[in-house]
Unconditional design. Structure first.
Length: 215
């Protein structure tokens, strides 16, 4: 049985480096996926230009236009329902969402640290790496997890690690962690696509993936 491409929606709030990584992986053939929709949390983002350059459908769901999380979330998820996507990927998305039951364990995020450490509201980008350095950590890395209704709290799918060097700055550590992210996020998407993920409470079990072309 051959697997068809997985249909993705990607949520962005910034420059779109994670979006670009997914675009590049799809273009090179290492990720069998289609990005059906890119949703930005405000207008004027560099990520939107990346989507336009790749000729991807995009929309803006401006968080400031909604008074509360439930109304904002209802609008955002209605876009995904219309786009008929299989998996939603947060890619630098900074807005809290209420996950509808129909989308439970179908929304992923990647975080530039080893959760549950250095996560939560306001912990993104360089702030995370500075906190890791300030704490004197010897290792850092990235975490791909399912999204629930709290920041950086859902079940962990996979984690990749790297050393923290004595002479690291936020910039050098961020570069090393992003290199891990470039591998980890596509891998998590493939595991989902191949039916290799089972969620049991807070634990994610990963079985041997059923690779394309195999029964």
């Amino acid at each position: 049985m051959r697997h068809s491409p997985i249909n993705l929606a990607v949520l962005v709030s910034g420059s779109g480096t994670t979006l670009q990584n997914l675009i590049d992986r799809i273009d090179e053939g290492s990720l069998d996926a289609r990005i059906k929709l890119v949703v930005a949390s405000k207008p004027g983002l560099l990520a939107q230009q990346r989507a336009a350059d790749a000729q991807l459908p995009s929309a803006v769901a401006d968080r400031k236009s909604f008074d509360a999380v439930p109304a904002f979330s209802q609008h955002v998820f209605s876009l995904f329902d219309q786009a008929e996507v299989d998996l939603i990927c947060l890619a630098g998305w900074l807005c809290l969402l209420d996950i509808p039951a129909r989308w439970q364990h179908k929304v992923m995020n990647i975080h530039p640290a080893l959760l549950p450490a250095f996560g939560g509201r306001g912990m993104y980008g360089r702030r995370v790496h500075q906190a890791v350095l300030d704490h004197g950590c010897k290792v850092s890395g990235c975490t791909v997890h399912f999204v629930d209704n709290a920041y950086d709290n859902g079940p962990i799918i996979l984690q990749n690690t790297c050393e923290v060097r004595d002479d690291d700055t936020t910039e050098t550590l961020a570069k090393r962690v992003f290199e891990l992210e470039q591998v980890a996020y596509p891998e998590a998407i493939r595991l989902f696509q191949w039916g290799a993920i089972t969620v049991e409470g807070r634990r994610v079990r990963v079985s041997a993936p059923r690779e394309p072309g195999r029964a």
